[in-house]
Design a protein around this ligand. Sequence first.
Ligand code: NI
Length: 136
Amino acid sequence: MKVTVNRKAHFNAAHRLYNPNWDDAKNKEVYGKCSNPHYHGHNYELIVSVRGEIDPETGFVMNLDVLRRIIEVEVEDYLDHKNLNIEVEEFKTLNPTAENIVIVIWNKIKAKLDQGLDLKVTLYETPRNFVEYSGD
Ligand code: NI
């Protein structure tokens, strides 16, 4: 019997979506306001979902306080109040779309979880636009 436990989190960050192989007009056409050369911010919300067997000793899939701490270090300390393009190593060469951000977050959290636990991360860039990644 597998159960999914979830934890919500939040960070604010600035970005600019930009493909260096295109001119400014094409970037504006594809990314709209998100290609603003002066950057802009989003209030990102995420749901971190961990699925696994219940440990018969603790009754937990995983201790949510441990998960809280992993998210604090790997996501909030790493991304909150940052300019993603300039200050976050991965996005110096990777366009900081929600799709790419969710993969970076997933990789960082996954590396801290016990083996045998499945991870899904859901990232909201706006209240209505969100992406999910489960590692495939
Ligand atoms: Ni944007």
